[in-house]
Design a binder for this molecule. Structure first.
Ligand SMILES: [Ca+2]
Ligand SMILES: [Ca+2]
Ligand SMILES: [Ca+2]
Length: 268
């Protein structure tokens, strides 16, 4: 029985036990951790495969994509504009936060890069000659979806990546993305893949995090690039059906149960 059904089943008030049950259910609804209602769905493309990217494109419907190719190398970028949404860009996880740096590499146009994945201009996790393990994205309005391609730019070490998104329902973390099945082959630099998420409550922030493949700690002396950043349309706050309306319904039902019980006692 879902919480909605549990609440609704108490609607016909039958005295104090039913009132208590309604209030308990309402309290339970209020206490539920956000993640229980998480609605973010992740999309993955391993290596240069477009499978996850194409599925994300179809699911989000419309989106704005940024390929950074026309932005000069060395530019420090702090925001992007995607329709009505301002996307704040940043770096975190290694002391004072920085802004991302636009980077053009022949590696992306050669052996490692594939057009529409990570190619030519991209954004690098470097600020003032310092690397950061997290590239952060914040949205001025909650958006339906977010996705990006990631390049593992370390030929002498092993790295994997995750996407962490926060929406109205909480914060959820993707599976670990790794394009090389064998650890030995990950001593390489190449397109790691696509990471995307879609949320029907609206994504408010997201970050891509680099992990040392062996220890799963966030290294602070290694680099990665992100390209073809994709941002879905803004969602209206009132279109968010989960979890506030359910919580509100629980409270209304709880009060309704109390009123019914008091009336019956007065009539008796
Ligand atoms: Ca590019
Ligand atoms: Ca590597
Ligand atoms: Ca890797």
């Amino acid at each position: 029985m879902s919480n909605v059904q549990r609440l609704l089943s108490c609607k016909g008030d039958r005295g104090p036990p039913a009132v208590a049950a309604v209030l308990l259910a309402a309290a339970f609804a209020l206490m539920l951790p956000g993640q229980a209602w998480a609605t973010s769905v992740f999309y993955y493309g391993v290596g240069s495969s477009n499978t996850g990217d194409d599925a994300w494109n179809a699911a989000v419907g419309s989106f704005t994509a940024f390929n950074f190719d026309a932005i000069p190398a060395g530019t420090n970028l702090s925001s992007l504009t995607a329709g009505s949404v301002t996307v704040g860009l940043g770096l975190a996880g290694n002391g004072t936060a920085g802004t991302v740096e636009v980077y053009h590499s022949t590696a992306f146009a050669g052996a490692g890069g594939v057009s529409d994945t990570v190619y030519d201009g991209a954004i690098l996790n470097r600020s003032a000659a310092k690397s950061y393990p997290r590239m952060t994205f914040t949205f001025s309005s909650p958006v339906k979806g977010f996705g990006a391609w990631v390049f593992d730019n370390n030929a002498a070490s092993r790295e994997s990546f995750e996407l962490v998104v926060t929406d109205a329902s909480g914060t959820v973390t993707s599976l670990v993305l790794e394009s090389h099945p064998s650890p030995e082959a990950d001593l390489n630099h190449s397109v790691e893949g696509f990471l995307g998420a879609i949320s029907n409550t609206g994504i408010t922030s997201a970050y891509i995090v680099m992990l040392d493949r062996d220890t799963l700690v966030e290294p602070t002396n290694r680099y990665f690039e992100v390209d073809n950043v994709k941002v879905g349309p803004a969602l209206q706050a009132q279109s968010d059906p989960i979890p506030e309306p359910l919580t509100a319904a629980g409270m209304v039902l709880g009060i309704g149960g109390l009123v019914t019980y008091v009336r019956k006692r007065r009539a008796a």
